[in-house]
Design a protein around this ligand. Structure first.
Ligand code: SF4
Ligand code: SF4
Length: 387
């Protein structure tokens, strides 16, 4: 447990020289084996959840990718490929569009944007997952570098190193995962299975872009907030335990509970070895109390007395609602709903999405993938009153 430390560094912006120098010091501080990158095909796995501009803070900043490419090639990497399966179909056209909007078409020209949209099944001995399909770009890489974002997340509470690996599941299969694991506790176990498999299969490094972060309605429609730091570790669970603390959400993220129960990480950030780039122990990392997403009532329900937060919590959980005045009728939410519970209806000359709530599992895929933020949150009136 806690075999690898987490390196913390302040970094005030995406200036290429500052970023490159800071990342280089952080990676050096990990004392990686000499041949960790040498002669290797390295996969960079950014967070490209939705086609959003870098300043919207939903996606990994392209400057991170360029700075990393320089470092990896200087350490002898044979090739560096950038791959992800954003929400929606896993196709060349969808990936190219997302890369363009996210600024990934401007990164160091030596970085290859993934052009292999195949995927393969792998077997694993997870608690929930026995086999799953993963994008070939990850399976064919020698080293995986998880370049995640410090973000709030409507379903899982937080998106950082562990959750970012869900993007290795190809396209629409992610919706099937949501459907197969409708309870957050099961979904969280699945995330730990997936992450555990990746780090067992490949040499792995996680880097967290916490320079411009997202609070509130993440992972795609929250508010950017300047936090000015980077984290780096070979252990995604340790990195996330620290990140959870830095968001001031200690003990709230279920997939970290699951990982700790399996002995994959401590549950208390104080048991994580945190160092700066000079090798000095960081006893008091800064914290940034990120606003919770409207969809995440879990933190609140868990603190209610048992008779309210316990077996009735299902009743009190928020539900998605379509903001009719905003909805552009594009149908993206209906395509991404794992339970096919969103219908496109015609109202006069407009098309609108309509949710049939009976089958809704509150996975929040519709909210996450609506390109214009037209899926809101309907709170239970009692909870609204108490909260
Ligand atoms: S709610 Fe959003 S994703 Fe759904 S149809 Fe309306 S605009 Fe499109
Ligand atoms: S309506 Fe939205 S939250 Fe409900 S199951 Fe469909 S995608 Fe998930």
């Amino acid at each position: 447990m806690n075999e690898y430390p987490v390196i913390f560094a302040r970094c005030g912006g995406y200036d290429p020289a500052l970023l490159g120098e800071t990342l280089d010091r952080m990676i050096s501080a990990l004392s990686l084996p000499e041949d960790f990158f040498r002669g290797k095909r390295v996969l960079l796995k950014p967070n490209l959840v939705l086609a959003k501009k870098p300043e919207q803070a939903a996606t990994t900043h392209p400057a991170m990718i360029s700075a990393l490419a320089e470092i990896l090639f200087s350490r002898g990497a044979e090739s560096v490929t950038l791959a992800d399966s954003p929400g929606g179909p896993y196709s060349a056209a969808a990936f190219a569009h997302t890369c363009r909007v996210c600024g990934m078409d401007t990164v160091d020209s030596r970085v290859k944007l993934n052009d292999d949209f195949t995927f393969r099944q792998i077997n694993t001995d997870g608690v929930r997952l026995k086999s799953f399909r993963m994008i070939s770009a990850a399976l064919d890489a020698d080293v995986i570098v998880d370049v995640c974002k410090f973000k709030s997340h409507g379903l899982t509470g937080m998106s950082c190193a562990v959750k970012n690996l869900f993007g290795l599941i190809p396209g629409l299969e992610k919706f099937e995962m949501h459907s197969a694991f409708p309870e957050l506790s099961d979904f969280s176990e699945m995330l730990v299975d997936l992450c555990g498999t990746v780090i067992r299969e490949k040499p792995f490094l996680a880097l967290c872009d916490g320079i411009l972060s997202m609070e509130g309605n993440g992972p795609t429609h929250g508010t950017p907030v300047e936090t000015g730091f980077l984290l780096c570790s070979r252990d995604p669970f340790a990195l996330d335990i620290l990140a959870e603390h830095m968001m001031e959400r200690d003990g709230t993220v279920l997939h970290l509970d699951a990982a700790a129960k399996r002995g994959l990480c401590p549950r208390d950030w104080k048991e994580i070895a945190v160092f700066d780039t000079e090798g000095q122990k960081v006893d008091n990392p800064p914290t940034f109390p990120l606003a919770y997403p409207d969809a995440d009532a879990g933190h609140f329900l868990r603190n209610l007395p048992n008779f309210m937060g316990g077996r009735f919590s299902e009743h009190f959980r928020p539900r998605p609602r379509i903001m009719k005045d905003k909805c552009a009728g594009c149908g993206r939410c209906a395509e991404s709903c794992p339970r096919h519970t969103i219908e496109m209806v015609t109202k006069g000359r407009r098309k609108l999405a309509r949710i049939h709530p009976e089958k809704c599992i509150r996975c929040w895929c519709c909210q996450e993938l609506c390109p214009i933020g037209a899926v809101g949150v309907k709170q239970n009136p009692i909870i609204k009153l108490i909260h």
